[in-house]
Design a protein around this ligand. Structure first.
Ligand code: ATP
Ligand code: MG
Length: 309
């Protein structure tokens, strides 16, 4: 494309008269029309059907979609289990969007990413001056998500003392901001996610059993990518369409050999890892992605499957 622009610039500067310029304008119109058609084609190539905002037709995923459809309309808390990169955040978004709260806010807090001494203020808010750095009153996520959905990611990493406070907020539907004497009523639907076994954490006394029972009403178990028969090809096509838009030049496609490697690899990092792999491969190749454009560990999947077979 930049090559074309350069050529056109040269032609325009050399054009001697209005007739030549008119010819150039005509050529440009034709080129623009062709480019538009190519974009159309590339977006329909990655036009994979979405279910609840997700890609995948496997039986394991069909069960997930049907569970989302069934529980989204109510206010029951939902606990989403799944390995890293399986799409837990997408499930939270789907539950919100398919609920009567869809027009309300969706707020997310990653319990593992917030320092333990700040998590209470993040969730419940604080009054100005209640601790160093609290320079003004601030709403917490519970208040900000009122009328909508609160997504607590990595709930297994919530400190024990906060677990007690969270349970109280859920049961009494009020929160008290740090440094405040007044409680504020809140109205949220809770979706929590974890990649850890909460029942095991309860056994180890690092997760409160009363909170566990409160959260463990409806659970959605997201299958690992290696358990979704047939979905790697669909996801690869969809994600390649997405990452192709980030790189210059023509949209990328996958050679059958590369696709076979992707389907053989076990994907410990699940969909996120697949997306990053495709982003890398798209940046390395400028047309068809072949086996040589894939990471060594994925290329090695071929030898392993050859040995197995
Ligand atoms: N079924 C799917 N269809 C399309 N994209 C997906 C699907 N599942 C996951 N993704 C994409 O994969 C990436 C990871 O998904 P997400 O962040 O929801 O995973 P996660 O389970 O929350 O991961 P982590 O445990 O690491 O937080 C995102 O870019 C998301 O859009
Ligand atoms: Mg996540």
């Amino acid at each position: 494309m930049s090559e074309l622009v350069g050529r056109l610039e040269a032609l325009i500067s050399e054009a001697r008269d209005a007739g030549e310029l008119a010819e150039l304008a005509e050529a440009l119109t034709v080129a623009a029309r062709e480019a538009a058609r190519a974009v159309d084609r590339s977006s329909s190539e990655s036009d994979v059907e979405l279910h609840c905002g997700m890609v995948g037709e496997s039986e394991a995923m069909q069960r997930v979609y049907s569970l989302i459809e069934r529980v989204a309309p109510s206010d029951v808390p939902v606990l989403v289990y799944g390995e890293t990169g399986t799409g837990k955040e997408l499930v939270a978004r789907a539950l919100h969007q398919r609920s009567p709260r869809a027009k309300g806010p969706l707020l997310a807090l990653n319990c593992a990413a917030v320092s333990p001494n700040l998590i209470e203020s993040e969730l419940f808010g604080h009054k100005r001056g209640s601790f160093t750095g609290a320079v003004s009153d601030r709403d917490g996520h519970f208040v900000a998500a009122s009328g909508g959905t609160l997504f607590l990611d990595e709930i297994g990493d919530m400190p024990l003392d906060m677990q007690a406070k969270l349970l109280r907020a859920l049961e009494e539907r009020v929160v008290r901001p740090v440094g405040s004497a007044k409680s504020i009523p809140v109205d949220i639907r809770l979706v929590a996610a974890t990649n850890r076994d909460l029942a095991e954490l309860v056994e180890e006394n690092t997760f409160r059993s009363d909170l566990y029972y409160r959260l463990n009403v409806v659970t959605i178990q997201l299958p690992a990518l290696r358990e979704r028969a047939g979905d790697v090809a669909l996801l690869a096509r969809f994600l390649l369409g997405r990452v192709s838009r980030e790189v210059a030049g023509a949209p990328r496609s996958l050679s059958p050999e590369a696709l076979e490697l992707l389907e053989t690899y076990p994907w410990p990092g699940n969909v996120r890892q697949l997306e990053n792999e495709l982003r890398r491969a798209a940046a390395l190749s400028d047309g068809v992605i072949g086996p040589e454009d894939l990471s060594p560990e994925i290329q090695a999947a071929r030898h392993r499957s050859a040995e197995d077979g």
